[in-house]
Design a protein around this ligand. Structure first.
Ligand SMILES: [Zn+2]
Length: 247
């Protein structure tokens, strides 16, 4: 079985068919043992596969891929920077603006194909996480996950002018949600991350939250920006570069 640098299988045959609609799900329930490996509780001779419908698309199932020896995918995608910003469509140029500001980033870049057309990499160095307001609290898992797969060097938070999250206070959102949906979300989120009450404070708060979070490696450089949606101007508000890197 051929595989590329990311461990892609070059074909996705399951039981001799390429039909995605075909499923080779076993009928017996699959349970996990203590090693986290799926095993069948009662294997029968006719059950040879333990793959579920889309298992063939997992790196874990690719021949030659050993998750315990995975050393990252930076050779396939030279990712180094994660930009966290709001999903407001009026702020969509933020990643490009940050790439221009740093000057040594590739965004959007292009996919790298192998000789059979499989997408085996990309030239992009700057990745994007979007959420309501572009808040760090909603992006922590992405930082940890991207650090596992790549070598994250910079995390950038950008809040933008006329953001929808400046239309309410944390109390108002919680109160209205309770009225409309009869559900209490008051303890789900930290109050400072619920609404943008002051841009300088929210940007500094998010960079501080990233710096103090165990999900963000200590060597990562942090930046906070304000983006004005009408002029397209990006303003650096805070920079937190660990001393050993700055030296
Ligand atoms: Zn927004």
């Amino acid at each position: 079985m051929n595989s590329d640098s990311l461990g892609h299988r070059k074909d996705y045959q399951i039981d001799g068919t390429n039909e995605l609609e075909e499923t080779t799900c076993v009928t017996a329930p699959v349970v996990s043992n203590t090693l986290g490996v799926n095993v069948l509780p009662d294997p029968t001779p006719q059950v040879e596969e333990k793959m579920s419908r889309f298992s063939a698309y997992e790196y874990r199932t690719q021949p030659g891929f050993d998750q315990n020896k995975f050393e990252g995918a930076n050779q396939a995608i030279p990712m180094k920077t994660l930009v966290i910003h709001c999903f407001d469509p009026r702020a969509a140029e933020i990643p490009q603006k940050v790439a221009e500001y740093f000057g040594d980033e590739v965004y959007p870049g292009e996919n790298i194909l192998d000789d059979t057309g499989n997408r085996v990499g990309s030239t992009r160095t700057l990745f994007v996480e979007t959420n309501a307001g572009g808040r760090a609290a909603s992006a922590l898992l992405s930082v940890a996950a991207m650090d596992y797969i790549f070598s994250v060097q910079n995390v950038v938070v950008v809040h933008h002018s006329f953001c929808g999250t400046t239309t309410y206070t944390p109390e108002l959102l919680i109160e209205k949600f309770r009225d409309r949906h009869h559900a209490d979300i008051s303890t789900l989120f930290d109050r400072e991350s619920v609404a943008i009450m002051d841009y300088e404070k929210s940007i500094r708060y998010d960079v501080g939250l990233l710096r103090s979070s165990p999900a963000v490696p200590k060597h990562v450089r942090l930046y906070g920006f304000f983006f004005e949606i009408n002029s397209g101007k990006l303003v650096e508000v805070v920079r937190d570069v660990p001393a050993q890197i700055a030296a």
